[in-house]
Design a protein around this ligand. Structure first.
Ligand code: UD1
Ligand code: CA
Length: 486
């Protein structure tokens, strides 16, 4: 590629058709904002410099751009007077930082085309440079060209101009080759013409597209390269279009993972964000969403009906009908069905978090198990320990949260309450229904439930004439006669 590559991303427009307090380019698909996807594609080109033009909601949009691409230069366009004006503002902002592009290529992209790929920009810039053009257009041949600028070519097929919809003749409106909006410029040509663009047109805007005719008038080369994959230059103007792009992006991501060796039983109901990483031989069952920066190791099976956001799942793990966020699940561990993993959950290798178990800020060791109906909050559970069914880690005293520590290879019984802060030692045990309020030393058995008392004949005496009393009396009589079943 040329010695210098400058990319200008236009994102000053308001996007009123979103009908949203959130700016258009900040709406998300595939786990990223629309402009986040564009900046990710742009960043992959390793350009010499990037300038983003912001206007509407410049604080939020500008801050987000810098989060995505810290080296970007922001240019503020107070009023949106057109794409030509926006590019002039960008060049002025770069010049103010002694970073004006004096040579090489300047690529123009929009902040609302989330399916754009870096490879397409790279190919387009290379074609533009090979053609030694003053301006090149990334065009597309579409069935419904309404709203787009049309590419006007002469009889030889050479590009003469871009005519905007509102300025086009009826004949020009029939043209189906459109301007995607992505343009490539020779840097010195752009610097020369950008200040000379006028606004004498139907919209009274400074059209960047006028530079095509200006290049032709100066006897310079103009080229247009149609892109086959028109999805890549499609923008979302309203939420219906956003959903369409979101589904297509997802289809692409899911297809890519299948090609990389992931089994996806039902691509239609599987959603995978752009930032997810999957190892070969992962299996994803229907109704599964893998979101954020989730990572899944080899041979793991996820789903059905599972949502994992920013989770790390170990090799060979099994996660069934689970909702998880910021949880780390070890190799070969099992989770679910119906488990709720909240932030700060870590489960060691071969461990288990079972049915109807909620965990939060809980470090559960290798091979440790919380199999049934429990809440584990602010806790540490040592390796090989088994927590009985229906255990509640009572971490909250109404004012503060406290931690519970259970040692290694402990065996706690069903229906326990651990009142934090409390420690249960290695190899300790508890009886059923125990409320643990004081530390349990290693190896001790803790019981807190009082001796059981049986008041003989209570039903017959206190509930006479009821089915309960009759059943009790009959059983008593049978026992008195030595019935072996009793
Ligand atoms: C533009 C093109 C048109 C092309 C279409 C593709 C021009 C004159 N027309 O038309 O040929 O087919 O895109 O979608 O360039 N923006 C700013 N500041 C402004 C104006 C626009 O930052 O002053 C940004 C917008 O936020 C948007 C992009 O530039 O991201 C395009 O602007 P928009 O008004 O949508 O242009 P179109 O009329 O669609
Ligand atoms: Ca547009």
């Amino acid at each position: 590629m040329a010695d210098q590559l400058t990319v200008i991303v236009l994102a000053a427009g308001g996007g009123t058709r979103m009908k949203s307090k959130t700016m258009k380019v900040l709406h998300r698909i595939g786990g990223r904002t629309m402009i986040g996807h564009v900046l990710s594609a742009v960043g992959g080109l390793e350009p010499t410099r990037v300038c983003a033009v912001v206007g509407h909601q410049r604080e939020q949009v500008g801050a987000h751009i810098l989060e995505c691409l810290p080296e970007a230069v922001l240019a503020v366009q107070e009023d949106q007077l057109g794409t030509g004006h926006a590019v002039r503002i960008a060049l002025e902002a770069l010049a103010a930082q002694q970073a004006a592009p004096e040579s090489g290529t300047v690529l123009i992209a929009y902040g609302d085309t989330p399916l754009l790929e870096g490879d397409t920009l790279r190919w387009f810039a290379a074609e533009h440079e090979a053609a030694q053009a003053a301006v090149s257009i990334l065009s597309g041949v579409v069935d419904a060209p309404t709203g787009y600028g049309r590419i006007v070519r002469d009889a030889e097929g050479d590009v003469l101009a871009i005519v905007e919809e509102k300025d086009a003749s009826d004949e020009q409106r029939e043209i189906r080759e459109i301007n995607s909006g992505i343009l490539a410029f020779d840097a010195s040509f752009l610097g020369d013409v950008v200040g000379r663009i006028g606004n004498d047109n139907a919209k009274g805007e400074y059209y960047l597209t006028d530079t095509v005719q200006m290049a032709r008038d100066a006897g310079l080369t103009v080229t247009a390269f149609p892109v086959d994959d028109v999805w890549q230059t499609e923008g979302a103007n309203d939420r219906a279009q956003l959903a369409v792009l979101g589904r297509e992006l997802n289809r692409r991501i899911v297809t890519r993972w299948m090609k990389d060796g992931v089994t996806v039983m039902d691509p239609e109901t599987t959603w995978i964000d752009a930032g997810v990483a999957l190892a070969p031989d992962v299996t994803i069952l229907p109704g599964t969403q893998l979101l954020g920066a989730t990572v899944v190791g080899e041979d793991a099976v996820i789903g059905p009906d599972t949502t994992l956001d920013d989770c790390e799942i170990g090799a060979g793990a099994r996660v069934v009908r689970t909702h998880g966020q910021l949880a780390v699940i070890g190799d070969g561990a099992t989770v679910g069905p119906f488990s709720y993993l909240r932030p700060g959950t870590t489960l060691g290798a071969g461990g288990k978090i079972g049915a109807f178990v909620e965990t939060k800020n809980a470090r559960i060791g290798d091979g440790a198990k919380v199999p049934h109906l429990s809440y584990v909050g602010d806790a540490e559970i040592g390796e090989g320990t088994n927590i009985g069914a229906g255990t509640v880690f009572a971490n909250y005293d109404g004012v503060n949260k406290h931690r519970t520590t259970v040692g290694k290879h402990a065996r706690t019984a069903s229906n326990n309450t651990f009142v934090a802060p409390v420690r249960i030692g290695d190899g300790a045990a508890t009886g059923a229904g125990t409320v643990v309020r004081r530390d349990v030393p290693p190896g001790a058995l803790a019981v807190s439930v009082g001796q059981q008392r049986n008041l003989e004949g209570w039903a017959q005496a206190k509930r006479p004439g009821t089915a309960q009393a009759e059943a009790a009396a009959a059983a008593q009589a049978a026992a008195d006669e030595g019935d072996p079943d009793i």
